[in-house]
Write a protein that binds this ligand. Sequence first.
Ligand code: MSP
Length: 646
Amino acid sequence: MERFYITTPIFYVNAKPHLGHAYTTIVADSLSRFHRLMGEETFFLTGTDEHGDKIVQAAESHGQSPQEYVDIISKLFRDLWPSMNISNNDFIRTTEPRHIEVVQSILQKVYDSGDIYFGEYGGHYCFGCERFYTEKELVDGLCPDHQTKPEYIAEKNYFFKMSKYKDWLRDHINKNPDFIRPEQYRNEVLGLLDSGDLEDLCISRPKLRLTWGIELPFDKDYVTYVWFDALINYLAALDYPNGEKFKEFWPSANHLIAKDILKPHAIFWPTMLKAAGIEPYKHLNVHGYWLVKDTKMSKSIGNVIEPLAMKDSYGLDAFRYFLLREMSFGQDSSFSEDALIGRLNADLANDLGNLFSRTLSMTHKYFEGVVPRPDVEDIIDAEIKKLGQDAMKSFQSFYGELKFSRGLEGLWELVRGLNKYIDSTAPWTLYKNEDMARLSTVIYVLLENMRKIAVHLWPVMPESSEKMLEQLGINFDPEKFNLPKELDVWGLLESGDTVAKSSNLFPRVEMPEPKPETQNGKNGKNEKKSMKQKTESGGTIEFEDFQKLDMRIGTVKEVEKHPDADRLLLIRVDTGEDELRQVVSGIADHFAPDDLIGKQVVVVANLKPRKLRKQLSQGMILAVKSGDGLQLLTPSGDVDSGSKVS
Ligand code: MSP
């Protein structure tokens, strides 16, 4: 049996999990599920990286001991994954004895073979990166990543003879073109090797400076450098050297990382493995970075996207689908809730959701919910079957090559093709003409294709896939379904089985008005709350909910342009209070300030005040979109300023 071993980086526990961590882990989960459905035995590992300066500093800033601190943050990661439907088989922590043992045994092995030596080293040490920089690597004397001045440190340390393996590594990469993929990263690594900069790697830290690490087995005054410690987790979890799992899974090792940690994985790790007499991993799979409005996510900018918040606002599967569909693997991508809503509405609610709800309701209307036996065939059925086969083939081959976006695009050819098939075969006309023989085939073709789509979507949206299959009367068992077989089999859906009456797995989400806060990443939270998903019952709220709104008529007295934002106006309205109320509103594209003076508008007066681009906004003015334009809501006749809207 083929096997597939997939790993994520073990994440540092100096920060809470965010979109970036979630993306890598969702991709790993998706790949693990995909390979399971391809008939392989899979092992999926994630975990946390808990040693080093960074962690000590983070613990100190929280007034905790390193152990207390790592226990708390590691648990945040461990607890997050089940709620994102992550199906990891193991979760490793670098503070666990099983890991420490393997790190020490490998260190000893490499030391004994003569590839670790003791020497003096002086270098520019960046505490943020936990590494030494050469003069050449600094940019204007600063760390290229942190833009801080590194500290010059000279000390005695242990070194790994990495330079000795440079030619072997270059050769290995050349002989195995997909060892590092996509190609741009392979080229980057070859470039690094050719630039002649590959020095030996300093792999220890004196305990005088750092005690929070794994002690070197051959010198108790030193601890192991974080990367030499962390990378070995990939072996420790397989019970290297004697474990069954190591024998079974290591030959299929696939590491998944983002470009930020390319060098340790592409250069340190294979040379470490070589020195320890272990075969190199099979593939290093490198993806790009998620940016927010083209900027790196950062706590200080306040644009960090929290995966749980996305799940709560849009549903986990829509979030997973978006991440896999939107990012072209290897490239950077920009995350925005607008783009997510766009995809959710177009691909999921419109294309996929409609296909399911239309077909199920037709099955009920024409066949009382029972899967009909196919009867009279037409050329169009053969065409759609062929389209289905091509779509599934394309999904399977692209997905296996980590081209998730293209794989999904391929599968959607079938989703859209089936919607067109409904329109062309017009089941309602067949029913009207009492052509039940033809109608049976049409509905069967739709249902059987929907089954195939649902199975293919399990790696992407596991929960929805299982629900879709349940709606088709099937209990999903990943061991029983096999994607390659789906290309050939037809007719697994049993005639006579009953299907669900309706399906509303992907309710549409209202696209928010182009609100001022969308220009400001800091207000992501407000945005999320305002985008309430319609519920299956049609999005009703209780009367008391409505009563919570304090809406009043305001008369516009003064308007000026926002000094720092072209799309915003500062509108001061008389709402019957002692002072005018200022509302910052994103309507400058539609109204000139003078047009608004004297107008009566509806103001939501009890919205929590907040600053938009440094200007205080005390409420919201209601407007309605009309074509490309915008109209303000206004009373049909003059009323007193401050009158309550009810
Ligand atoms: N602890 C090391 C890894 C050791 S592996 C032996 C580490 N940890 S980390 O917490 O900084 O995680 C880095 C990884 O998080 C990236 O390689 C990527 O998988 C993920 N991401 C963090 N931010 C990201 C984005 N903005 N976009 C996409 N993924 C990113 O490095």
